[in-house]
Design a protein around this ligand. Structure first.
Ligand SMILES: [Zn+2]
Length: 93
């Protein structure tokens, strides 16, 4: 399986980053080059919801940084039942 890698500014912090589309293109998996940010998977719906929420973006960015140090990443999605923005820490193992 091959993924196209796109170059784009990090959705969370604006640094140089790349992403691949995951989950049948419903999500993007970002790798941010900033040492203060991290890796995260985010759904289109969550991006729409977070677009204008700078405080929340900064919070997820710093937690993605912590997660990367532990070889983990953050997944941010809209919960299908509650319709709430939810994030969780995912282990790569
Ligand atoms: Zn970033």
């Amino acid at each position: 399986m091959s993924h196209n890698v796109f170059e784009e500014q990090c959705f969370l912090c604006g640094s140089k980053a790349t992403y691949v589309e995951t989950n049948s293109q419903n999500c993007r998996y970002y790798r941010c080059e900033s040492p203060a940010c991290g890796d995260y998977e985010i759904s289109r719906g969550a991006m729409e919801r977070l677009k204008e929420n700078g405080v929340w973006k900064a919070d997820i960015s710093s937690r993605a940084c912590e997660a990367r140090k532990q070889n983990k990443f953050i997944r941010v999605i809209i919960d299908s039942h509650s319709q709430q923005l939810t994030d969780s820490v995912i282990s790569r193992d």
